[in-house]
Design a protein around this ligand. Structure first.
Ligand code: ASP
Ligand code: MG
Length: 421
């Protein structure tokens, strides 16, 4: 059995859905298809959720945008015989309307998950209807009933033992050889919807592969495979045809967007290979991540993470930055769900880089300022070069203003500000 994962970009319009169908239609073996929300629909649902919960906008127009987007795809796919699938999507819209017609609870995260899940529910409903229309029916599974998590809404933790039993029962391959289900979303034992963190569909595919002992996972992307730099930002990039799990974990942890950081571990634990292939050129091989000799010669790999916030804290009481201070800072980071992308200490300062989040910026800085002198740079970038050499460092950083620099044996990292004038 294999798992195929299709992200939002691969199903952003009717042509994308037709292309997905072409790819799966050549498959003869047992298959689970994991799909994300179409195009940018998760962002659109976030807008709706904020309008509903924080009263920051018009829920009606946000909702209409979501409906129109999906209806256009349905029209393109089904033409005049769209009634049946429209009935199914109308049921989902009704459920969503009921949520936004009632007053929100006190928990933003809880409301977020029960609204955001509609992106994946709509995409899988439309795609499965299209497959059936084309004569290749896939069994539709609501993943919330078999991927069971705790109640840590928006970043839920999967109960592997419980989910394993349920998934094995659900994906039995007895009456079908092809299933379609949602990435990113899951459920609790009391039937509440949870999610696994933004961009979490890769992780869903890896979890299912692990729990069901799949032969492989393939992530279908808009890039030809794993590249040594983002081809949308840099010229002369090259494909890395194979890479070890360990290297892939390091890269995704440094901010490489090609795979979600949590994806590798469930696959590595069971030695399941992960293929990254282009949905635009499905005939080409792409890349594979699997158990490999670490010394495999890799070219320099470059990750450019924008929209960063660099902070430098020094305690107001002039105490040295010691363990107690650090654990206090880490507790504040955990409270705001901020992840450190890079850190550096000196005797009396602690500097670190996180993703810039304007929504919480003021509250976060105020809380730090109670105990620390806070200096910050907004909108800096974090550059990582794995397998670096001096030439490549010069080439990539010589026109930049370097604020922080760190080097280890394999990795060089730079926090950089505006280009030098
Ligand atoms: N649709 C979700 C998101 O955009 C999950 C995913 O795409 O992996 O975050
Ligand atoms: Mg998505």
């Amino acid at each position: 059995m294999n798992v195929y994962k299709f992200g939002g970009a691969s199903v952003k319009d009717a042509d994308g859905v037709k292309n997905l169908f072409k790819i799966i239609n050549t498959q003869k073996e047992n298959l689970i298809i994991v799909v994300s929300a179409m195009g940018k629909m998760t962002d659109a649902l976030e807008v709706l959720c904020n309008a509903y919960f924080h009263k920051t906008g018009d829920t009606a127009s946000a909702f209409l945008h979501i409906k129109d987007f999906h209806q256009n795809i349905i029209n393109d796919l089904f033409g005049t015989s769209a009634d049946e699938v429209s009935r199914l999507t109308d049921n989902l819209y009704c459920e969503l309307q009921n949520i936004i017609d009632s007053d929100p609870s006190l928990s933003y995260d809880y409301e977020y998950d029960r609204i955001i899940c509609f992106g994946e529910l709509l995409s899988t409903t439309i795609i499965s209807a299209y497959m059936e229309r084309q004569g290749r029916k896939a069994k539709f599974i609501d993943i919330r009933k078999c991927l069971i998590t705790d109640q840590n809404y928006r970043n839920a933790c999967v109960n592997l033992e419980f989910s394993s039993q349920l998934c094995r029962k659900t994906f039995s391959f007895q009456d079908t050889f092809i299933y379609i289900t949602q990435g990113f979303i899951a459920g609790t034992t009391t039937n509440q919807t949870t999610t696994l963190g933004r961009e979490g569909s890769d992780y869903t595919a890896a979890l299912l592969a692990n729990l069901l002992d799949a032969e492989s996972v393939t992530i279908w992307k808009d890039v030809p495979g794993i590249m040594n730099a983002d081809p949308k930002l840099y010229k002369d990039t090259e494909i890395i045809s194979k890479m070890s799990y360990k290297e892939a974990i390091e890269l995704s942890n440094c901010g490489a967007k090609v795979i979600h950081p949590k994806t590798i571990k469930p696959l590595q634990n069971k030695g399941i290979p992960l293929y990254v292939r282009s949905f635009l050129y499905p005939e080409s091989q792409g890349s594979v991540i699997r158990e490999l000799d670490e010394r495999l010669n890799l070219p320099p790999i470059f990750i450019d993470k924008g929209n960063q916030l660099l902070l430098t804290l020094s305690p107001r009481d002039f105490s040295f930055i010691a363990e107690e201070k650090l654990s206090h800072i880490f507790a504040i980071l955990a409270k705001y769900r901020l992840r450190l992308n890079l850190m550096q200490t000196s005797a009396i300062t602690f500097s670190f880089c996180i993703d810039l989040n304007e929504a919480i910026f003021d509250r976060f800085i105020n809380e730090l300022q109670n105990e620390y002198e806070v200096l910050y740079n907004k909108n800096v970038r974090l550059l990582t070069i794995r397998h670096y050499n001096e030439d490549i460092i010069t080439k990539l950083t010589s026109d930049k203003n370097i604020l922080v620099e760190q080097r280890s044996r394999l990795t060089a990292r730079f926090v950089v500000a505006d280009e030098k004038k």
